[in-house]
Design a protein around this ligand. Structure first.
Ligand code: GTP
Ligand code: MG
Length: 514
């Protein structure tokens, strides 16, 4: 079976099968039923943050804050009233993600000319002249010497309507786990594709990260994609409409087969990240007479944000921690709101903690809601007692903890000669958890055509199969059923550095609840 057919078989979020839907928030019209169900089950008291009145300076005292429903507490950030979006930059190695991210910071006035000159000199000294823009995002020495992003870079910028957090993922295949962690914190993605002769082809071919990143992004909940066709200034491209159209026409069927609704959730545009063309202002007709669409800033500004529920049970997967006048944890709020003074649990340890302070970007805030990337200072726990993958969770409804769960898996591409059967071992990536796991039992194979379980007992499956199985890990991990919290119930399995399957948690053992 060729790769297109395999991915088409990836019916995990097909419109026809609501049970198999991976991504309800970007539901097609037919999927509304599923979206409603999720809201009914987990998010009853829906509040649209946008429609809340703008609050002036908060007038509540600290003690009162702790006693109030956190979602009701006014917040300094709220008064600015700009919406917030987390944007992950994904795509094949050297496509120009860091260069484009760096250029955005330059164009939004956060990097001055002197710093750029310094980077130009440093890049030249390292024989990497053209990498100077990428140095804005690639801040460590290894990244600058090799010209490759390793750690997910972070930065902030603002447009008229929106505060953006940029997450600059690495493209190299060795660092896919870091890309997964970046994408799992994002709401939308900018897929960067190089239009340079040969480079688009390498990224797009089997095993290229253009494909792998798209599939992972979809699985990790990145609901919208801006596809930027980059390096349009390159001498092999020269703003050619033909080249742009060729790339778009090849990408569209692939994006569609990966589960994206191309009309609704995907937008293409040509740019030069290095020169900064069609980014803050639209490209000059003298350079590109055929482009009548938006520039990158306009496109980012007009992306719609998924609705989030500030009143849900608090869930913040921890991606990092450090010591700083107490224990500080970092992560993105997936559900609920957090306030100074809150009592919470660090799961799976069930460790009771108190929130001493909440920081959003560089600002200390009184309250923060879902979608925000935060640093939270806690008392009641030592830094060494926390690992990434733990979840800061509400006390009333803590996140379930398990060593085993049932899942529906879509097998993408196994290693050569590998058989997917009971006993198969892989690395599980679910929100910020990275754990060795073992498939302990295959329960049912799903017919990709009818979406119904097949009658025959299943002992092993091949590429493209959809299978329900039991998965075990050695230590307790925090997971949710996909139908309750999609973001905490979708996962990927990887073996020897390759993504071999994507899946969703369908059932938890009854004793799992904390
Ligand atoms: P990884 O982080 O390793 O995945 O790469 P990346 O996608 O971040 O690419 P990076 O920004 O490091 O750029 C790689 C190379 O492409 C550098 O030499 C850049 O100068 C070049 N490049 C990036 N954008 C453009 C562009 O718009 N035009 C041209 N001509 N070159 C570009
Ligand atoms: Mg990079």
């Amino acid at each position: 079976m060729d790769i297109e057919a395999e991915i088409r078989a990836l019916q995990l979020d097909s419109a026809e099968d609501n049970n198999a839907t991976l991504i309800p928030e970007d539901a097609k019209p037919e999927e509304v039923e599923m979206t409603d169900k999720v809201e009914e089950e987990g998010m009853t008291d829906e509040v649209d943050t946008k429609s809340q009145p703008v609050q002036a300076e908060p007038k509540v005292k600290d003690k009162e804050v702790a006693d109030m429903d956190c979602a009701e507490v006014p917040d300094e950030m709220e008064s600015q009233k700009k919406r917030h979006l987390n944007v992950v930059f994904i795509g094949h190695v050297d496509a120009g993600k860091s260069t484009t991210g760096g250029q955005i910071l330059f164009l939004s006035g956060q990097v001055d000319d002197r710093t750029i000159q310094k980077y130009e000199k440093e890049a030249k000294d390292k024989s990497r002249e053209s990498w100077y823009m990428a140095y804005i995002m690639d801040t460590n020495e290894e990244e600058r010497v090799k010209g490759k992003t390793v750690e997910v870079g972070r930065a902030q910028f603002e447009t008229e309507t929106t505060r953006f957090t940029i997450l600059d993922a690495p493209g190299h295949k060795s660092y896919v786990p870091n890309m997964i962690s970046g994408a799992s914190q994002a709401d939308i993605g900018v897929l960067v594709i190089s239009a340079r002769k040969g480079e688009f082809e390498t990224g797009y071919e089997r095993g290229g990260q253009t494909r792998e990143h798209v599939q992972l992004a979809k699985t990790l909940g990145v609901s919208k994609l801006l596809v930027v066709v980059n390096k349009m200034d390159d001498h092999t491209v020269n703003w050619s409409k033909e080249r742009y159209d060729e790339i778009e026409s090849k990408m569209v069927p692939f994006l569609r087969s990966s589960g994206y609704n191309v009309k609704k959730d995907v937008q293409f545009l040509p740019i030069s990240g290095l020169v900064g063309t069609n980014m803050k202002t639209r490209v000059d007709k003298n350079i590109c007479p055929w482009w009548n669409g938006p520039c990158l800033f306009e496109a980012l500004d007009s992306v719609e944000v998924p609705v989030r529920d500030p009143k849900g049970s608090y869930r913040m997967p921890i991606i990092d921690k450090f010591k700083d006048m107490g224990t500080v944890v970092m992560g993105k709020v997936e559900s609920g709101s957090i306030c100074e003074g809150d009592s919470l649990l660090v799961m799976p340890n069930k460790a009771p903690v108190k929130v001493l302070a909440v920081y959003c970007d560089e600002d200390k805030v009184r309250r923060a809601g879902p979608g925000e990337n935060l640093r939270v200072r806690l008392s009641g726990i030592e830094e060494e007692d926390i690992s990434s993958g733990f979840v800061l969770s509400s006390v009333v409804k803590p996140i379930p903890t398990v060593t085993e769960f049932t899942a529906q898996l879509q097998i993408l591409e196994l290693l050569e000669n590998a058989i997917f059967t009971a006993g198969y071992k892989a690395v599980l990536h679910i929100h910020s958890v990275v754990e060795e796991c073992e498939i302990v039992e295959l329960l049912q194979q799903i017919d990709p055509k009818t979406k119904k379980p097949m009658k025959k007992k299943v002992l092993f499956v091949k590429n493209g199969a959809v299978v329900v199985c039991r998965i075990q890990v050695n230590s307790l991990i925090c997971v949710e059923k996909f139908s309750d919290f999609p973001q905490l119930g979708r996962f990927t399995l990887r073996t020897e550095g390759k993504t071999i399957a994507v899946g969703k948690v369908t059932d938890l053992p009854s004793r799992s609840s904390a």
